[in-house]
Design a protein around this ligand. Sequence first.
Ligand code: G3I
Length: 327
Amino acid sequence: MYKLANVYREFFPVGTAVSNDYISKNRLLLLRHFNSLTAENCMKPVYVHPFEDKYDFGRGSQVADFAIRNRMLLRGHCLVWHKQTPDWFFLDGDSPAGRNKVLSRMESHIQTVVGCFRAAAYAWDVVNEAVSDVDGEAPLRAGKWLSLGGEDYIPRAFRAAKQVDPQCRLFYNDFNETRPAKSRRIYDLVKGLLSDGVPVDGLGMQGHYNIYGPSADEVSAAIELYASLGVELQITELDVSLFRHGDQTSFDEPPAELLEMQAERYGELFAVFRKYSKYITGVTLWGASDEMSWLNNFPVKNRQNWPLLFDCEHRPKAAFERAVQWK
Ligand code: G3I
């Protein structure tokens, strides 16, 4: 059987998101097919920095140690995000914290976390999902980082990370990144940062797609637009849902025709990634096998989705075969 990361060795590393629990139970699948890891949750602020005076690197360190021991790459995920961030970042007693307090807490968080994982993480998603999804509104996502920290929170986050680890590759990471209006906003944000000399090394296209779209042409157009910024690109959270966004249908077993559509999608997506591999420095799936996907709980709680390359018994799916066979 083909080994995924081996097949792609000449193109880019192939990674997966993991939890420390998943690592302890599924070593063989991980070691056989992947040469890069991302912590799905346990390096996020709510887990590593639950209180201002308390860091907890336990679970994150298990992921980092596994990567080091097995000579795998590790992408750090994520430092500044509107979700999974404890409220204390934004409070001063019961009132909203002032700008200086919010930004200095953010910088101190970044310096400590990047410093802690310095030996393992070659890249970090520094700022995640800062661009608005609402066409026609202000380009930056409304939220506490923006309202309390001001627009400056984004450049300051990148500068703080670069200061503590100058070798680390620093990414801006976002979803819905192939939609034309949003891709233009992402492009404008990163272009502005670069022209101000902010150390952004790469752009993460999350890649949360479904069997109906986006098309290969739409993904290609986004890659070409972002590549024109001159930064490296990574697909950071790839999965292909069997459902359209908002669809509430559920199945006991995945319908064969939907799995076939999924296989076709994975085949054409990986063909696009190979075509643009001179710009792409990594492709990471958001999970290794179907029993462990965030899509099994979103947007419908406990609905099985089957969005990945390996099934719940870790057998390669048609999607896997199509992703590795092209010659
Ligand atoms: O830690 C608690 C646990 O204590 C509790 O018992 C359990 C009960 O449901 O919940 C646990 O927290 C869950 C956490 O994942 C860890 O499993 C949260 O409820 C759940 O909301 C959270 O979901 C994560 C989601 O980010 C949060 O928005 C997903 O696993 C994770 O895959 C997802 O990842 C994001 C990326 O970081 C950024 N891009 C989008 C992507 C998908 O949403």
